[in-house]
Structures are given as structure tokens and as C-alpha cells.
Design a protein around this ligand. Structure first.
Ligand SMILES: [Fe+2]
Length: 243
């Protein structure tokens, strides 16, 4: 077996182990584990693909090197070892219909690799996706929804999330975000790149839909001005949610 296959196998199992240890953290984790338990994730099942690099290599390396939460050590190590063997892709309307109003930030710097899925560099599956997802600094990933229920595991130390049109909240490394089918969610990325594991549990054949919210211009202006660190401190001092 090749080094490539061994690395992809080890990375997949590092993610699997983390999920197993986190069974009690989210209904989403338990549902993912149920799907994974039906899959053969042995070394022999890994499919042959040629690695594909990315124009965002520097940002990707930074995102991976910034993973420093102790609980994520093994995932970070295995990702460092495997990254050069993976197929890195940008979303060129793979997940959205052409013309979707995703905004400049997302289009400028988004990146993913799929370990399990229809287009995976690890294991083939026709109705499940597990991969890594990255966004560049100061990006708004606008509010969107999709029929696939989705679990995120945040690897970055700080990322902003808006779930179901509620207030924005920051999430830390090792946290999960569970998006039920068609549940709205948005992400804002601060000074460090955002990196996460994302999982689509089923119904993966339907595109994401962007749903306009009237504060996008304001959030994007704040990101452009790099003003979120101070906004956050001010709001904490005032004891009210961020806007
Ligand atoms: Fe999503």
C-alpha cells in the first residue's frame, strides 16, 4: 500500500476517533457515527486519485498550522502528513447553482477536499460527504441552506456563526455546529483563515441556496475594515450580542 493511501486512511480514522469521543456533544455526531458504522473504511477500500494542489497553499498551510487545540492534535498531525496527497478543490458552483449570490469573499478564497463522498480522494460514497473546508481571512460566507443535514467540526480557534437567523456567536476550536436539513447558517471569518471538517449526512444531490439577509453589506464592510476584534470587545463590555 502506498504512503498516500496510508496517510488518507490515518487522517480519516483520526476524524472518526474524534467523533467517537464526542458522541455526547451533538445529535449530529451520533447520526454521523451511525452512517459511518455502515461503511468499510479499511485501507484496501481507498480509491486511486492523483493529488491536486491549490493556489491557496499559503493560506491552507497557515490554517492547518494554526490548529493548536490539544484535543485536535491528532487530526492536525494527520492532516499535515496527508495534505500533499489530497485533491484540493474550489467551489466553482459544485455546491451552488450558477449565479448564486455568494459574494466576493467566498469566491475569492474557498477550498475543500473530500475524504468520503462521490468525488472523494479517499472513499467512494454516493450519498454522504466528509471533508475539510477552508475560507480565507475576513470572509463572510453568506446565509445559505441545503436539504442535506450537515455537521461542522471547527478546527480554527475562532469563527463567527449565525444559525437560523439568530445573533452572531463566536465558536471555538473543537466545537460542533449541527445544521438540520434546510436550516439557515452563515459564517464570518476573522484575521485567521477558517478551517473545519464538514459532513453532509444524506440528500447530497441538491444544491445550496443563498438566502439574502439585509446586514450582509454591513458585515462585509466590517470585515473589510478588519473591525471585528474591537467590535467584539466593545459589545462584550456592553453585555449585548454582536451586530
Ligand atoms: Fe452548509
Amino acid at each position: 500500500m502506498s504512503i498516500r493511501n496510508r496517510n488518507i486512511h490515518s487522517l480519516t480514522h483520526a476524524v472518526f476517533s474524534y467523533l467517537e469521543k464526542s458522541k455526547n456533544h451533538s445529535i449530529g455526531v451520533r447520526l454521523v457515527l451511525r452512517r459511518l458504522s455502515d461503511m468499510n473504511l479499511s485501507l484496501a477500500q481507498i480509491i486511486d486519485t492523483k493529488p491536486v494542489g491549490t493556489r491557496h497553499q499559503i493560506i491552507l498551510d497557515e490554517a492547518i498550522n494554526e490548529i493548536d487545540h490539544p484535543s485536535l492534535d491528532n487530526i492536525a498531525l494527520k492532516l499535515k502528513e496527508a495534505k500533499e496527497y489530497l485533491v484540493w478543490r474550489e467551489d466553482n458552483n459544485n455546491y451552488y447553482d450558477k449565479g448564486a449570490d455568494l459574494g466576493e469573499g467566498y469566491r475569492k478564497c474557498n477550498l475543500h477536499t473530500v475524504l468520503i463522498g462521490p468525488d472523494a480522494c479517499g472513499y467512494y460514497n454516493d450519498d454522504f460527504i466528509l471533508g475539510f473546508f477552508m475560507l480565507g481571512p475576513w470572509t463572510l460566507y453568506r446565509d445559505h441552506r441545503h436539504p442535506a443535514p450537515e455537521l461542522y467540526l471547527n478546527l480554527s480557534n475562532r469563527s463567527g456563526w449565525r444559525l437560523k437567523s439568530q445573533d452572531w456567536h463566536d465558536h471555538s476550536a473543537g466545537s460542533f455546529v449541527w445544521n438540520e436539513a434546510n436550516s439557515l447558517h452563515a459564517i464570518r471569518v476573522y484575521e485567521k483563515p477558517f478551517i473545519s471538517i464538514f459532513i453532509w449526512l444524506e440528500n447530497i444531490g441538491h444544491p445550496c441556496i443563498v438566502v439574502p439577509v439585509n446586514d450582509w453589506a454591513k458585515v462585509e464592510a466590517n470585515l473589510k475594515n478588519r473591525s471585528y476584534a474591537s467590535v467584539r470587545l466593545k459589545n462584550l463590555a456592553r453585555n449585548r450580542p454582536e451586530d
